[in-house]
Design a protein around this ligand. Sequence first.
Ligand code: HEC
Length: 213
Amino acid sequence: MAALATAFSTPIRAEGDLARGAQAARTCMACHSFAPGRHMTGPSLAGVWRRRAGSADGFARYSDALKRSGLVWDKWNLDAWLKSPAALVPGNAMGFPGIAEPRTRADLVAYLEAVSTGRVTVPDRGLPNPKELDAASRVTAIRYCGDAYRVTTADRKTHTFWEFNLRFKTDGSVDGPPAGKPVLIGAGMQGDRAAVVFARPEEILTFIQRQCP
Ligand code: HEC
């Protein structure tokens, strides 16, 4: 944080303050990453500055409304988008109400430009990369009995979850787990909830065995 504070102590653009912009961008990170190609609910915002709306490589879930908008993301269009996405592009798919405060929008736009043009780098706080997870996360067996799943990991531990608290997800991207090697995510955090991430949906049923202890 000390380094960040120093780097941002002087606003680079008169219109927006980068430190405040970085702070405001936290609300965006629930749906966006700044890592190139890392798409989440929303497209990666890497390189968004001066890009045509709806054109990030590899993001397949743009609304027709945004793709057909003809907008280019300059500071005016970004400001209008962040003020009210629905007013600028009716029918778009960004589930975000907008930011009323002009100052906060200016900070965010300055930050988007700085990140996009590489003047500021952001640590990627996207999803954990399943390929880098350790034995404690590599799932070797999933057994279903009664109302519970028992998930065994490569460190030979078995974690028991009430069936309603275990999610099954897929991640077919390059960041996803290798085929046939699902990973357990989040088991250590709250304890009673977690997700098993598979490379492909077909793997889910073949992996789960009905078996009681
Ligand atoms: C709830 C999820 C969500 C949040 C929060 C969110 N976005 Fe988005 N964003 C999306 C989605 C989904 C799209 C694609 C919209 C479409 O296709 O209509 C999008 C699109 C965009 C685009 C257009 C990108 C392109 O490639 O054309 C920009 C710019 C953007 N968001 C910036 C932001 C910023 C800045 C914030 C924070 C203030 C933010 N978003 C918050 C989901 C979100």
